[in-house]
Design a protein. Structure first.
Length: 216
């Protein structure tokens, strides 16, 4: 695929490395072009830096790897986004990372969709730390990526992307279910930083084996 990444921070750089390693063609942009050029030069193979307004040109989908507060402005800065699949990876954290600024009746993903109605927003990767995202795929148990959206075609594109870079995609339902995925992302952050588990963790849903009903 040809993928555009908006954001050259830890998550944007980790996406660039993992996508390029899987032979995807990557364009990366940031508020400052030099930030994007730095990531492109570090990754090298298959990654190029572009101005923000040109990010959507020739791409199959966009990854919005920016903090929630900057997401709408960053997306609006890109030309020709109508009809594009946009992956929102954000968790709408408070300034001190102690909680979420939206939740229960809406989500970051839904607010971005309302603000830029021409795109097809899919919530995904918000429960994956950059350390996990940027690591080599491998092991017996794949990291699960939960995704939620209202457009079936966009969700299928995200599913295929996640599979192509070694993750196990899990359909999380409609975009409104981002209201539950974002608190899950917050819990993962708490476990990683406050709970002392580190940032090489990720939540996973497994089927319980040999569950035997108890007779009363």
């Amino acid at each position: 695929m040809k993928i555009g990444i908006m954001g050259a921070g830890n998550m944007g750089a980790a996406f660039a490395r993992r996508l390029a390693a899987a032979d995807h063609e990557v364009a990366i942009a940031a508020q400052g072009l030099d930030e994007a050029r730095k990531v492109a030069s570090e990754v090298g193979h298959r990654v190029r830096a572009v101005p923000r307004e040109e990010l959507a040109e020739g791409t199959d989908l966009l990854i919005l790897a920016t903090p929630y507060g900057a997401s709408v402005d960053a997306l609006r800065a890109v030309r020709h986004t109508d009809g594009k699949t946009v992956i929102d990876i954000s968790n709408p954290l408070t300034q001190d990372m102690s909680g979420l600024v939206v939740g229960h009746t809406t989500s970051a993903a839904e607010e971005i969709q309302r603000a830029v109605p021409g795109v097809k927003v899919v919530k995904a990767f918000n429960t994956v730390f950059s350390a996990v995202l940027g690591s080599e795929p491998g092991g017996d148990s794949k990291v699960q990526v939960f995704y939620a959206g209202d457009d079936a075609g966009a969700k299928n594109t995200v599913r295929r992307l996640a599979e192509s870079v070694g993750f196990e995609p899990v359909d999380g339902g409609p975009l409104a279910n981002a209201r539950y995925l974002e608190p899950l992302g917050m819990l993962n952050i708490w476990f990683g930083y406050v709970g002392g588990r580190g940032t090489n963790i990720a939540p996973r849903w497994d089927t319980a084996a040999s569950v035997v009903p108890v007779a009363f």
